[in-house]
Design a protein around this ligand. Structure first.
Ligand code: PEP
Length: 251
């Protein structure tokens, strides 16, 4: 049985009191009813991790960070290590998000090192992959995603690979309101699983592959209904408690 996961990427949003309101709002909403078999994770800005982790632990969900350093520790001003996240109670980390690739020049080789750091400190990496619009229009989306997946993950042992969650996030769908159709999502998720099976065998059948890109309370149900879509990584719609929990209830 694969895990079902709904995760909220807050990006660089919310002040301290707004973060408190959102976290307690999510907790209140969850008390009105939640599917017990869905793992829920929030990814607030790093400065709110401890707060998020306190609320999450009391209310049956998890908190993590949107990025970590590839280094263990040392003179890297402004960076946060996997060990710090783990010691503050964080459980997951988003790696390879398209905004990190585009604005911070992150490559698959660098992301592979971050994945190693995450695994070393028992954090669950949520590895993001996905093509830009031009690549889809040129019918290169499968090649692009296969390369991203193989370059960032194929060095892992089967045991470590089994700890990784994947998020397919077509870049043209992130924050644009232009969601992948359920057919496009299913087609790519099945393709990713096939690529993973080619390297890791049966373990790929247990990998949770989330969809991300303008997934919201109105379209989550038809996306999650697909055989290889195991949940969602949610940006904009995770910033409102009611919308986020409606998405969680869409399974
Ligand atoms: C994201 O940034 O991971 C994301 C999926 O954003 P949005 O839901 O806003 O498209």
């Amino acid at each position: 049985m694969r895990k079902k996961i709904v995760a909220g990427n807050w990006k660089m949003n919310k002040t301290f009191t707004e973060a408190e309101d959102l976290l307690f709002g999510i907790a209140d909403e969850l008390q009105q009813g939640r599917p017990e078999d869905v793992e829920i994770v929030v990814f607030p800005p790093a400065i709110f991790l401890e707060l998020a982790n306190d609320v999450a632990t009391e209310n049956g969900f998890f908190a993590g960070l949107q990025n970590i350093s590839e280094h263990e520790s040392g003179a890297y001003t402004g960076e946060l290590s996997a060990a710090m996240v783990a010691s503050a109670g964080g459980s997951h980390v988003i790696l390879g998000h398209s905004e990190r690739r585009t604005y911070f020049g992150e490559t698959d080789a660098l992301i592979a090192k971050k994945i190693d750091q995450a695994l070393k400190h028992n954090l669950t990496p949520v590895y993001c992959c996905g093509e830009v619009l031009q690549e889809r229009e040129d019918n290169r989306h499968f090649d692009v995603v296969e390369k991203q997946v193989s370059e960032a993950l194929f060095h892992l042992s089967e045991d470590d690979f089994a700890k990784v969650v994947i998020a397919y996030e077509p870049v043209w769908a992130i924050g644009t309101g232009r969601t992948a159709s359920p057919e496009q999502a299913q087609e790519m998720h099945a393709f990713i699983r096939k690529v993973l099976a080619g390297k890791f065998g049966d373990a790929a059948a247990s990998t949770a592959i989330l969809y991300g890109g303008s997934c919201n309370a109105a379209n989550a149900k038809e996306l999650f209904a697909n055989a290889d879509v195991d949940g969602g990584l949610i940006g904009g719609a995770s910033l409102k408690a009611v919308d986020f929990v409606t998405i969680i209830r869409s399974f």
